[in-house]
Write a protein that binds this ligand. Structure first.
Ligand code: GRF
Length: 203
């Protein structure tokens, strides 16, 4: 049975996509990164994927000014690459209804806080860590959740706690949470890939 094929959408550095791709290179990995899509033609995510010979596509409001055409192009690209699961990792756009329908229940997002705390519209980047510090939380950490039609409201599949330390700045907290993201996301995808292999091996 083939490995789980993962399509990743990322807008900027793509460090989570890199962590996922690195994990996929392990001899016993049950998943591959089949395609990386970015709305940002200059993103680190696309540059890394090209270096690693992973298929890439730049799809954005520039390539497809009509939102429905863009949604359909993303959907078609994922389908063409045989994607089983979609991961949005630092993707700064909302997925359209065509992608959400095609991959319903099979889209994961990583969020840099312990949902349901500090999620929702506008809660991204350093704003999340600012909110954690302002609230005086003693712990933070990433959440991997299923994507639905709202921001950060789908079922949480896994979290990884990190301490908030005295003297933390948004930057120091963000760095600690990002390190935890790089562990959590490959773990969750590996878990899904393992279930996928077992589920299909009996057929
Ligand atoms: C991460 O903090 C992720 O949780 C959030 O955006 C950031 C992306 O970082 N959604 P990278 O592009 O994966 O380096």
């Amino acid at each position: 049975m083939g490995k789980l094929r993962v399509g990743v959408l990322a807008s900027h550095a793509g460090s989570n996509m890199r962590a996922l791709h690195q994990a996929s290179l392990a001899a016993d990995a049950d998943f591959v990164v089949a395609v990386v899509i970015s709305n940002n033609s200059g993103s680190g995510a696309l540059a890394y994927a090209r270096e690693q010979d992973v298929a890439t596509r730049h799809l954005s409001g520039r390539t497809h000014p009509d939102p429905e055409a863009l949604d359909d192009a993303i959907r078609a690209t994922l389908v063409q690459h045989g994607v089983d699961y979609v991961v949005t990792a630092g993707y700064m756009r909302k997925l359209g209804p065509l992608v959400r329908k095609e991959f319903s229940g099979r889209i994961l997002n990583i969020h840099p806080a312990l949902l349901p705390r500090h999620g929702g519209h506008g809660m991204y980047g350093l704003a999340v860590h600012e909110a954690v510090l302002a609230a005086g939380d003693a712990v933070s950490g990433p959440s991997v959740h299923l994507v639905d039609e709202e921001y950060d409201t789908g079922a949480v599949l896994a979290q990884r706690e990190v301490p908030v330390l005295p003297g933390d700045t948004v930057e120091s907290l963000a760095a600690r949470v990002l390190d935890a993201e790089h562990v959590l996301l490959p773990q969750v995808v590996a878990g899904i890939a393992g279930e996928h292999r077992q589920g299909s091996s009996g057929q």
